[in-house]
Design a protein around this ligand. Structure first.
Ligand code: SF4
Ligand code: SF4
Length: 705
C-alpha cells in the first residue's frame, strides 16, 4: 500500500532566508504529488509540533518528512506515534548554515535533499523488532576475583540473578594472596585490610547470587538474551543467561624473562606478587636489612611489556609501608622510571616519602651482580646526576600484568572461543566511546582482563560492565540494538533464496553475528547484531537489508538527485558520510558557519563498511562526477565504531577501482577520507579540495546517457 506522506518544511533558523521554501515545497507537490506539504516558521515550536500532529490526524498520514534541522537534534520534539514513519532532511546544519544564501546552487541542493528524503520514505518501512524467544534476565559472571565478585554484587543489588563461576576451588582470585591493600579512601595514608573478606560476606547475603567454584565453562552458545551455557563440575549443568560479564583477571608477567635483573639467579630476587604471598602466609617473617624495589621491571619496555600496568607502583609503595611497619630496622630503596600513583593515591606516596628510611631515586638499572648473600646493583642516570651503587639483601621486582585468557569462555562462535583482543592481548573494547563493549555483543569485559588496573579501578569497572550487561538484556527484550546504535529496532534480513554461500557476511561481520553451515550458508544470531550494515555492504548478491536501510533505499536516494548536464558545469559529488563521527563533524562545521561547496549531496551511512558496490555503480551510471566517502579512522587504536568498517572500505576500494576501470573512468572519481568528530574545521577544505580535483578531471561521461 502506498505510504501517505506529509512534508513539513521549516523556514526558521535562517533556512527561509537562504532558500525559497515555496520552490522546495513544489518539489513535493508537483514532482512527488504530495497532498500535504506545509511550510512553517518554527516547526519545533509548540505550534509547529501541533501543526504536524493535527495534520497526521486529519489527513491520516502514515509518514512524515521533516525538512528542518539535523536529525541529530530535537529528537525529543520530533517524536510521534511509533506507527508513523519519520524521516528528516537536514536543511539547516548541512545547507542553510554552510552554503551561500539565495544562490541557485543552494536552492538546487535543498530541492535535491527533499527529493532524496521523499525517495527514501517510499522505500523504507518502520522496523518490526526481532525479539528472541525465552529471553533470560540472568547474568553469567566468569571469574571469581574481585572484579567478578563485585560485578555479581552489583547485579544482585539491581535485582538480577547472577551465576558467578570460578574455576578454582574458592572465590578471591589474586586477593587470596594479598596481605594488605593500598588505601582507596581519604585520608589515603593507611593501608587497609583486603576487600575480599567483606565481599565474601556480602555475596552470602544475596540469595540471587549462585556461586559455582571448581567449575569450568564448557560451552556458551546463542545470543544476547538467550545464551545457553554449559557448566562442568563433575556433572554438566545447563543455564540460560541474557548476558555475560567476563572477569578472568590477569597473570603476572613471567619473571623468567627478567634474568638481567637477577631473577632466577638468586632466591633473594623475587617479584612483588611473590613477596605479597610470602608475607600473607607468614607476617612474622624476618625481613632483611636492605631491600630494593625495581619499578617497571619488564614494563614500559619494548622488549617486554610496552605498557604501564598501573598497579605496580602502588603495590611497591604498599609493600614499602608494611615492610617498615613489620621490620623497623629495614631500609627500603626504590628505583623507578616514574612513580605513577593514580588520582589521590599520590597522598599515600607522599606519606611513604616522609619515612627517612625509605629512599626513592629515579634511575636506570645498569647491572645486577648476584653474590652469595647480597646483591650489588648499579644504577645510572639518577636524579643525583651521577651513577650510584646499592648493596642490598633482597630485590623485589615490580612486574606488570598480562591479561588472563578469555578462551575459557568457550564461546561457540565461528571466530573463536575467546574474546578478540587488542594489540597487548587485553580484551577488546572501543575504549574511546564505550568501554566494556567487546566485539561479542552481550559479553562485557571487566577488570584487568580488559585493561591493566588496580583494585579500586577493578571495582568501578565491574559495576560498569555489569550495568552494560543489564542494559543489553533490557534492550534485547525490547528488540533494540546496544551501542553504538542503541535503540535501533531494525535488523538484517536475508533473502536466502539468492544466497551464494560465499561467506563474505559471516567473515566480515565484526561481531560474530553469523554462524554458518558446513556449506557456508549464514545462520544469523540476530541479537548479536549491532546493526552496522557491514554485511549489507559485503554481500555481492545484495540480499541483506534492514527495513529502514537497504540497497534499494540508498539507491533510490542516489537516483533522486537531479544531475545537471555537462554544459551546466555544475558537478555533482555524492558524499557517503559515516553517522558516527563524520556526520556530526559536518553538522558542527555548519554550526560554526564554515562554508563549502554546494555541489555535494550527502547520504549518511551506518558505517563506511556498509557501502555496497552497487551504490557506487548506481551513482556513476547516474552521472555523479565523484564519490567521496568520509568515515572514522581505521587502525589498531581504532575509532571506527564498528571495529573494521573503515578498514574494509580501504580493502574494498580495490573492487571499487575495478568498477571504475570497467566503466573506463578515472580512479580519482572515488576517494575516501577519515575524520574524527573534532575535525569539523577540516570539512570545508576536504570537500572543496575534492570538488577541485573533480572539476579538473571534468564531467563524468555517463552524465547524459
Ligand atoms: S549488521 Fe553488522 S553486526 Fe549485524 S550481522 Fe551485519 S555485519 Fe554483523
Ligand atoms: S554475503 Fe550474501 S551471498 Fe554471501 S553468504 Fe552472505 S548472504 Fe549469502
Amino acid at each position: 500500500m502506498e505510504t501517505k506522506t506529509g512534508v513539513f518544511i521549516c523556514s526558521g533558523c535562517e533556512i527561509g532566508n537562504c532558500i525559497n521554501a515555496e520552490l522546495t515545497r513544489n518539489v513535493a507537490t508537483d514532482e512527488y504529488k504530495v497532498a500535504n506539504a506545509v511550510i512553517h516558521p518554527a516547526l519545533c515550536s509548540p505550534e509547529g509540533y501541533d501543526l504536524i500532529l493535527n495534520n497526521i490526524a486529519e489527513n491520516k498520514l502514515d509518514a512524515v518528512l521533516i525538512a528542518a534541522c539535523s536529525p541529530r537534534v530535537k529528537t525529543n520534539v520530533f517524536d510521534f506515534n511509533e506507527n508513523i514513519l519519520l524521516e528528516r532532511v537536514n536543511l539547516r546544519e548541512q545547507l542553510a548554515w554552510c552554503f551561500e544564501p539565495n544562490d541557485e546552487d543552494t536552492q538546487m541542493a535543498a530541492d535535491d535533499y527533499l527529493r532524496m528524503g521523499l525517495a527514501k520514505v517510499k522505500t523504507i518501512k518502520i522496523p518490526t523488532p526481532y525479539i528472541a524467544e525465552n529471553i533470560s534476565s540472568q547474568i553469567l559472571v566468569a571469574g571469581g576475583g574481585v572484579s567478578g565478585m563485585s560485578a555479581a554484587i552489583e547485579g544482585a543489588k539491581a535485582g538480577y540473578t547472577v551465576h558467578l563461576v570460578e574455576k578454582e576451588n574458592t572465590l578471591g582470585g589474586k586477593q587470596k594472596d594479598m596481605y594488605k591493600q593500598y588505601p582507596s579512601e581519604a585520608p589515603f595514608n593507611k593501608l587497609t585490610e583486603p576487600v575480599l573478606g567483606n565481599m565474601l560476606d556480602e555475596i552470602k547475603k544475596y540469595n540471587n547470587i549462585e556461586v559455582y567454584t571448581s567449575t569450568a565453562i564448557q560451552e556458551i552458545n546463542g545470543e544476547p538474551g538467550a545464551f545457553d551455557v554449559k557448566l562442568q563440575n563433575g556433572s554438566v549443568q545447563e543455564l540460560r543467561v541474557g548476558a555475560v560479564v567476563a572477569a578472568m583477571g590477569w597473570k603476572p608477567y613471567n619473571p623468567n624473562n627478567l634474568t638481567h635483573l637477577g631473577y632466577g639467579k638468586s632466591k633473594n630476587v623475587i617479584t612483588i606478587v611473590e613477596f605479597e604471598k610470602k608475607v600473607k602466609e607468614n607476617p612474622d617473617l624476618k625481613l632483611p636489612k636492605n631491600i630494593l624495589f625495581i619499578q617497571c621491571a619488564g614494563s614500559r619496555d619494548k622488549d617486554h611489556l610496552p605498557y604501564c600496568s598501573s598497579y605496580c607502583c602502588s603495590t611497591s609503595l604498599k609493600q614499602t609501608k608494611y615492610i617498615r611497619d613489620l621490620s623497623p630496622d629495614s631500609s627500603v630503596f626504590v628505583v623507578y622510571k616514574d612513580i605513577r600513583t593514580l588520582g589521590l593515591g599520590e597522598e599515600f606516596y607522599k606519606e611513604v616519602q616522609k619515612d627517612d628510611q625509605v629512599f626513592f631515586t629515579k634511575g636506570e638499572i645498569d647491572e645486577v651482580f648476584v653474590q652469595e648473600e647480597n646483591i650489588e646493583i648499579k644504577v645510572k642516570e639518577t636524579l643525583l646526576g651521577e651513577d650510584i651503587s646499592l648493596s642490598v639483601d633482597l630485590v623485589i621486582l615490580a612486574t606488570g600484568m598480562i591479561p588472563a585468557s578469555t578462551e575459557d569462555l568457550n564461546l561457540n562462535y565461528r571466530q573463536g572461543k575467546g574474546l578478540p583482543e587488542l594489540k597487548y592481548n587485553f580484551s577488546d573494547s572501543h575504549f574511546i566511546c564505550f568501554p566494556y563493549e567487546t566485539r561479542r555483543t552481550g559479553i562485557y569485559a571487566a577488570g584487568s582482563v580488559r585493561s591493566p588496573m588496580d583494585i579500586s579501578a577493578c571495582l568501578e569497572d565491574a559495576s560498569g560492565a555489569m550495568f552494560k550487561a543489564i542494559q543489553c538484556i533490557e534492550a534485547t527484550k525490547r528488540g533494540e540494538a546496544v551501542h553504538p546504535r542503541s535503540g535501533d529496532k531494525s535488523f538484517p534480513e536475508l533473502f536466502m533464496d539468492r544466497c551464494a554461500d560465499c561467506k563474505r557476511c559471516t567473515e566480515e561481520c565484526p561481531f560474530g553475528a553469523y554462524d554458518e553451515t558446513e556449506k557456508g550458508t549464514p545462520l544469523p544470531n540476530t541479537s548479536r547484531c549491532r546493526r552496522c550494515g557491514i554485511c549489507l555492504g559485503s554481500c555481492p548478491e545484495r540480499i541483506i537489508s534492514f527495513s529502514d536501510y537497504s540497497i534499494n533505499s540508498i539507491s533510490a536516494m542516489i537516483k533522486a538527485v537531479e544531475i545537471p548536464d555537462e554544459f551546466e558545469e555544475k558537478p555533482r559529488i555524492l558524499v557517503f558520510v559515516c553517522e558516527n563521527d563524520a556526520y556530526p563533524a559536518m553538522d558542527m562545521a555548519g554550526i560554526k558557519r564554515l562554508k563549502y561547496s554546494s555541489y555535494v549531496r550527502v547520504i549518511p551511512v551506518r558505517c563506511l563498511g556498509s557501502i555496497n558496490k552497487v551504490w557506487i555503480s548506481d551513482a556513476l551510471s547516474c552521472g555523479y562526477d565523484g564519490i567521496l566517502q568520509i568515515g572514522c579512522k581505521p587502525g589498531d587504536d581504532y575509532q571506527c565504531h564498528f571495529i573494521h568498517g573503515s578498514e574494509l572500505t580501504q580493502t574494498r576500494s580495490e573492487n571499487f577501482q575495478e568498477t571504475l576501470q570497467s566503466m573506463m573512468l578515472e580512479p580519482e572519481r572515488i576517494s575516501t577520507e577519515f575524520v574524527e568528530i573534532t575535525d569539523y574545521h577540516k570539512i570545508p577544505e576536504l570537500i572543496n579540495n575534492y570538488v577541485e580535483i573533480i572539476e579538473d578531471i571534468g564531467p563524468n561521461p555517463f552524465k547524459d546517457m
